[in-house]
Design a protein. Structure first.
Length: 337
């Protein structure tokens, strides 16, 4: 019999809250509101094939990516679920060019929420797992209204981070700096129930996740590292298997549970102007907080993701994340350019 059967995410958040004597229940309310948004997005993702919610909106976002109807739905859903609770002073989303202010009529809170409302959305029409990624910070400015300064932070300042993966089941994984916990949605009662207590990632994996179609854009260090993983050496568990879904949340979640390394290096076609793809604030930082809490590592290849001071809302970084020994091995190859 599973010993922690039936612990809902609400009960877990309250118990986590009790670890911080100065906590006011405000944080509990924030995560609770977020879990409701997640259930609504899960319902839409799971019936996407039926509802008129698939396909493109015809718009293009700040990253030049075609916007899917479900991107817009998820983005609006999170904003609507989070703006009225009085827990937040400002938000920022991968899908919004500028910060998202709290409407006049609602009270302001002390937290900042930044999120990727729908990650992996290019896959949604093919019924492949997608996700939502979020980060929570404490406000740092003291004026009447929060500003973009409250969003341009270092990952080490996060007080919570998590993701929801809408897959064969809907799971919410989060950390508040006290370990990583996974909750699986039981649709029959509409509750997220604790299913993965204190997740730890293996020190070394047997799989690597990278888009091999980009080999021609990689730097020499990345090329040599991937070649190394493919050489057969049973004593070190090589060759590794390639597992790449193309949804960061799904690829990350698999590596968190099974061990492994996910790599999205910068495009070095122009060596003087490396071009990374993944977003620091909405993808790299939250997943870096989670993987470090699970005993793993997250790096650009030369620096810790969570040490980077954000200077732009849509800043992109190379992301090498997963089992500690694998990320360390990559860093050795990357620096031996
Ligand atoms: P998003 O759907 O939020 O734009 O994120 C897509 C990202 C990430 O989910 C995934 O790891 C990566 O794009 C896949 O990129 P490629 O298709 O270039 O491999
Ligand atoms: Mn994304
Ligand atoms: Mn997205």
């Amino acid at each position: 019999m599973q010993k922690n059967k039936g612990i809902t995410i609400q009960r877990h958040i309250v118990e986590q809250e009790r670890l911080f004597p100065q906590a006011t229940g405000d944080f509990t309310g924030l995560l609770w509101d977020l879990s409701i948004a997640a259930k609504i997005i899960s319902r839409e993702v799971n019936k996407a094939g039926l509802a008129e919610i698939l396909g493109l909106t015809g718009e293009v976002n700040i990253h030049g990516e075609a916007v899917k109807k479900l991107d817009v739905f998820a983005n609006e859903r999170i904003c609507k679920s989070m703006e009225h609770g009085g827990h937040l002073c400002i938000m920022a989303s991968e899908e919004n060019d500028d910060v998202i202010t709290i409407p006049e009529e609602f009270p302001r809170g002390k937290y900042v929420l930044m999120f990727d409302p729908l990650d992996g959305s290019s896959n949604i029409d093919a019924n492949v797992s997608v996700g939502t990624i979020f980060s929570v910070y404490r406000r740092k400015t003291t004026g009447k209204e929060a500003t973009i300064e409250d969003c341009l932070r270092k990952g080490t300042e996060q007080i919570a981070a998590g993701y929801i993966v809408y897959g064969s089941s809907t799971m919410m994984v989060y950390t508040t700096g006290q370990g990583v916990y996974g909750f699986t949605l039981d649709p029959s009662i509409g509750e997220f129930l604790l299913s993965h207590e204190n997740i730890k990632i293996a020190a070394k994996g047997r799989t690597y996740s990278i888009n091999e179609g980009n080999t021609h854009t990689w730097d020499e260090g990345t090329r040599r590292y991937i070649r190394y993983l493919k050489e057969s050496d049973p004593s070190t568990g090589r060759p590794y298997s390639l597992r790449y879904i193309g949804s960061l949340v799904a690829d990350f979640h698999r590596n968190l549970l099974y061990g492994g390394i996910f790599l999205y290096p910068a495009d070095y076609k122009d060596p003087k102007k490396p071009k990374p793809k993944l977003r620091l604030l909405y993808e790299a930082n939250p997943l870096a907080f989670i993987v470090e809490q699970a005993g793993g590592m997250a790096s650009t290849g030369e620096e810790r993701i969570m040490d980077i001071q954000a200077s732009d809302l849509h800043q992109k970084v190379p992301l090498i994340i997963g089992s500690r020994e694998d990320v360390l091995a990559y860093e050795k190859y990357f620096e031996q350019e």
